[in-house]
Design a protein around this ligand. Structure first.
Ligand SMILES: Cc1cc2nc3c(=O)[nH]c(=O)nc-3n(C[C@H](O)[C@H](O)[C@H](O)COP(=O)(O)OP(=O)(O)OC[C@H]3O[C@@H](n4cnc5c(N)ncnc54)[C@H](O)[C@@H]3O)c2cc1C
Ligand code: SF4
Length: 489
């Protein structure tokens, strides 16, 4: 096959796969981006400059070998491109769909620093792996031989799943425990289908099952099974439980009926979309249909809530955020998508009180305009209220999307020895990734605080390497006896 030219950024414009029109998107929960045609993917990949220092790779948390898989794609060598891409990422098609590329690989692409605009790395990554699935190149990663050791993983989100796949391939028996009835963590119940359709997660789960990983859904560690029991059962444990304690409004009226937490709202919507009957959705409590909805917050969760409310047929949807668009934590791409779909952003405004009727049902949000004051120690300007600038927004449903904090794991797990940081995240040694308890490791949001899927995958992979080292070293000390090393330590 003739080698395709790279560096075609001078003659080829940046192009993303087409987006479905906003009026159609508003009607369903399907992904909004179509797939690349093979020729378009090859063309877009061929725009890569193949620069000596690939900043895209440096700024991808997984260190993906992006220039190589772009070159292989440009030359139609997709099976090899898949081999390269999957060597560093356990879920490339998921990251290709939902990484905030503008802040990671694409934002660092040298072309983005010029007038040419970045290579569409995420969309090409998705194209490679979706093709691999369609062609049957994605195979369960079974071990060459079993090593006789056993790993217990608490939490079946991206961190737990990535660690499980890595450990299984090394020959470990892997058991994953999750309190939810379905596997995937926030991939399944947090992130809506219009960003990530659920079949994409389900086929990954099936792959892990086919590799021999055992899932234990509906198993809340700390309630259905104790942490001590798990330690006794496995040679090492990974805590990958994510962060689920929602930050709540503290203003007057915060307890009114109709004020809901973002994750409750999104989970109900995702479950309904998956075909479950959700009582609070059926009764209308968690359904935005015909309601004036105000979502408070400016992160990815807030963006997912406003866009879900649009799809549920809300009368109006407003996003209230105390800083401006440039200073919001959510992805700019998602703000544009939300705006196209009919969301109204009320920037530089914060809730002062929630107003209710005689039945204690919320009717409005009283907000105050903000201005950005002096920078705090982190360098971020602090929003300050502007006196006398209060205004009301009609609201029948108010969704709090103010972020998440860790649950109190030492209490939940009845394990006071488990050290946590002042933020409640599980403390790990930066080299061994082990917690304060020998043989117990941590990865993902519960270790680094609310973050991104790609970081969870990275943490899961790193933790797998360190767990493997730990188990092997401990086995040497016990003369290779595959006993319960974590308990023994
Ligand atoms: C609404 C929303 C939208 C997001 N959108 C994006 C996005 O577009 N792109 C992106 O990169 N990131 C996004 N994120 C962040 C991303 O989802 C998380 O960073 C990532 O899922 C963290 O992975 P994790 O494996 O650490 O935890 P999780 O995905 O939270 O998984 C943890 C799992 O542990 C289980 N668990 C918890 N406690 C217990 C227990 N005691 N016993 C048993 N099981 C337990 C939970 O049920 C869950 O399944 C979003 C987050 C939210 C909330
Ligand atoms: S994993 Fe995320 S950051 Fe890395 S190349 Fe893929 S889309 Fe970019």
């Amino acid at each position: 096959m003739a080698r395709n030219k790279m560096l075609r950024f001078t003659t080829l414009e940046q192009e993303y796969p087409s987006k479905r029109p906003a009026e159609l998107r508003r009607e369903d929960f399907e992904e909004i981006y179509s797939a690349f045609e093979p020729k378009a993917a090859e063309d877009q990949a061929s725009r890569c400059e193949q620069c000596g220092i690939p900043f895209c790779q440096i700024h991808c948390p997984l260190g993906n070998n992006i220039p190589d898989w772009l070159m292989l794609t440009a030359n139609g060598r997709l099976e090899e491109a898949y081999a390269v891409s999957s060597a560093t990422n356990n879920m490339p098609e998921i990251c290709g769909r939902i990484c905030p590329q503008d802040r990671l690989c694409e934002g660092s692409c040298v072309l983005e620093q010029s007038d040419h605009r970045s290579v569409t790395i995420g969309a090409v990554e998705k194209h490679i792996t979706d093709t691999a699935w369609a062609e049957g190149w994605v195979k369960p990663r079974t071990p060459e031989k079993e090593n006789g050791f056993s790993i217990g993983i608490i939490g079946a989100g991206p961190a737990g799943l990535a660690a499980a796949e890595q450990m299984r391939e090394k020959g470990y028996a892997v058991d994953i425990y999750d309190r939810y009835d379905r596997v995937g963590g926030l991939l399944m119940y947090g992130i809506p289908g219009f960003k990530l359709e659920k079949y994409v997660v389900e086929r990954r789960v099936k792959l892990l099952q086919d590799a021999g990983i055992t899932f234990h859904p509906n198993t809340d560690v700390g309630k259905d099974i104790t942490f001590a029991d798990l330690r006794a059962k496995h040679d090492a444990i990974l805590i990958a439980t994510g962060v689920y304690k929602a930050r709540m409004l503290s203003c007057p009226g915060a307890g009114l009926t109709g004020v809901k937490r973002a994750l409750d709202y999104l989970t109900a919507s995702n479950r309904t979309d998956l075909g479950d009957t959700v009582e609070e959705f059926e009764s209308g409590v968690l359904d935005a249909k015909d309601k004036n909805v105000v979502v408070i917050g400016g992160g990815d969760t807030a963006m997912d809530c406003v866009r879900t409310a649009i799809r549920q047929g809300a009368k109006s949807v407003k996003c209230l955020y105390r800083r401006d668009r440039d200073n919001m934590p959510g992805s700019q791409r998602e703000v544009s998508n939300a705006t196209e779909e009919g969301v109204e952003f009320v920037w530089m405004a914060a809730p002062e009180a929630l107003l209710g009727d005689e039945d204690n049902r919320v009717t409005a949000v009283r907000a105050v305009r903000m201005h950005l004051g002096v920078a705090d120690s982190s360098g971020r300007q602090t929003p300050q209220p502007i006196e006398g600038s209060q205004f009301n927004l009609d609201a029948d449903l108010v969704i709090e999307a103010l972020g998440f904090e860790p649950e109190e794991l030492p209490v939940l797990f009845e394990e006071p020895e488990l050290a946590v940081t002042k933020w409640g995240t599980v403390k790990t040694d930066h080299k061994t990734l082990m917690t304060s308890i020998p043989g117990v490791f941590a990865a993902g949001d519960i270790m680094r605080g609310a973050s991104l899927v790609v970081w969870a995958v990275k943490d899961g992979r790193d933790a797998a390497e360190r767990m493997d080292e730990y188990v092997r070293a401990a086995a040497e000390q016990t003369a290779g006896e595959p006993s319960k090393l974590a308990r023994a330590s």
